[in-house]
Design a protein around this ligand. Structure first.
Ligand code: NI
Length: 269
């Protein structure tokens, strides 16, 4: 089947019980965004995305993220404080994060990192919070999910000091940057941006082996074309995979097989 046709087959055939098993390695799931979580998870399964990793990256979301991961067998969690939280996080909050890392369904720390897009005035605080959490990742042997926006140089310099592995969440940088992150031991998290008409990411992807790519939606944000601007969810992963398959000139199954293997290897699933 033609890729997009195949995607529509997954999307609309409610009885689909195929063998495709995509993994959404980074998304957000909360009752404040989705009315019926059961329905969302069921729709994901029907679309061929039975396994999702949800991210709780502030104090409030963290609790709900853990709850959902404990409630649903197919939901795993990464937790960590987003750089936007840098002003608010206390030593006690870090202690509380550390305690939660032992939960069985917590498989990584994130999203953590640096965001100079909205704030450049608290770089020191962001870097301190980032490094504190990288130390936790080392202490507990956990992979990390990195958020880096307008902060590539500092992100690289900090990651060079820590022996961690993980995902560069929502990667959309240059080929050169991609190669540096891969050399540091990271997978590139590719999401809806790859489907955007004005994105340079397709060009970068041509140079990056599938073995270094994992899929993500970052839902409810960043819905892929043709749904750009609407509420995203993990069921849209096959659209992202179809675009990557077209860029890499391989089958959808190949993208599914390799990216799911990558995610399982990284998160030890
Ligand atoms: Ni996110």
């Amino acid at each position: 089947m033609v890729l997009l046709e195949k995607y529509h087959f997954f999307r609309y055939n409610a009885n689909y019980e195929g063998d495709l098993m995509f993994i959404d390695t980074h998304c957000h799931l909360s009752k404040k965004d989705y009315e019926d979580i059961n329905k969302v998870i069921q729709a994901n399964k029907e679309a061929g995305v039975p396994l999702i990793v949800i991210s709780g990256c502030n104090k409030e979301d963290m609790e709900e993220t853990l709850q959902l991961a404990n409630q649903y067998q197919e939901v795993y969690a990464t937790i960590g404080y987003h750089p936007e939280e840098a002003e608010m996080i206390t030593k006690e909050d870090l202690k509380s994060l550390e305690e939660k890392l032992s939960c069985q369904k917590v498989i990584g720390i994130g999203e953590i990192g640096l965001d100079y897009h909205y704030r450049k005035d608290n770089k020191n605080k962001q870097q301190e919070l980032f490094q504190n959490q990288l130390e936790l990742a080392i202490k507990y042997h956990l992979p990390v999910v990195i958020h880096s926006r307008d902060a590539t140089e500092d992100t690289i310099n900090i990651l060079k000091k820590y022996k961690v592995k993980g995902i560069m969440h929502c990667f959309s940088g240059s080929i050169e940057t991609a190669k540096i992150y891969i050399k540091l031991g990271f997978y590139l998290g590719i999401g809806g941006v790859v489907t955007f008409k004005n994105s340079n990411l397709k060009k970068t992807l041509e140079e990056i082996p599938l073995e270094k790519i994992v899929l993500e939606t970052d839902s409810p944000y960043l819905a892929p074309e043709p749904y750009r601007g609407t509420q995203n969810s993990s069921k849209n992963i096959p659209i992202i995979a179809s675009t990557i398959a077209a860029v890499k000139k391989v089958s959808l199954e190949e993208v599914e097989k390799i990216t799911s293997y990558n995610a399982k290897t990284l998160f030890n699933l």
